[in-house]
Design a protein. Sequence first.
Length: 227
Amino acid sequence: MADTDDADDTLRDLRDRFARALEGARGPGGGPDAGPYADNLLARWREPHRRYHTVAHLTAVLDHVDELAEYAGDPDVVRLAAWFHDAVYLPDRSENEERSARLAERALPEAGVPEAKAAEVARLVRLTVTHDPADDDRDGQVLCDADLAVLAGSPSAYAAYTVAVREEYHFVPGDAFREGRAAVLRQLLALPRLFRTPYGAEHWEATARHNLRGELEMLSTPVPPSS
C-alpha cells in the first residue's frame, strides 16, 4: 500500500509540475485544462516496455532542469521539452526524437502554447539526437545537460542505468548490443564537452567521462565462451 501511495504522490507532483510549466509558457488561463495533456504524457512515460526511459528518468531530467534554470533563456520551455523529449519511445525504432517533436508540435498549440514556443520545444527535443547544442543555445545546453546528467552518477547509479538500458534492448543479441553501445559511448566521448552549462562542466564532466570510459573498457573486454 505504501508503494502505491508513493507512486500516486509522484504522479500528482508531476501533473502539478507539468501544469506550472504549461502555464509559464502560455500564461495563466491561456488554454484548456492541463490535466489531460499531463495524463497523456505520463501514460506514455509509464509504458511497460520502458526500463530506463521511465517516469523516474523524466523526474530526474526535470529536477536537473530546475537545478540549471538560471542558465536557461526560457526555463518553462525547457521543462516542456523535457516532458516531450522521450514521450515517443520504442527501442527498436530510430525516429523516436522526431516523433516526439511532432507530438509536441501538435499538442502544445492545442494546449494554448504560442506557435513560436511550441516550435522551440520541438527544436529542443530534436536536439537530443546529438546532445550537441551551439555555444549560444542556452536552452539547448540546459536540456542536453539535464538529459546527460545520468552519466555523472555514482558507481552504483551508473551501473543501474547501464542495466536498465540493456533491459530496454533485450531483443538485441549480446555482440550486436555491445558494438552498438560502444559506438554511442565513443560518440559521446568524442564531443569536445559533454556538458555546456558552467554547472555541468564543473560538477559532472569529469565523472561522466570516467564512467563512459569505464563502460567502454568493459564492453571492449572479450566475453569468455559459455561452457
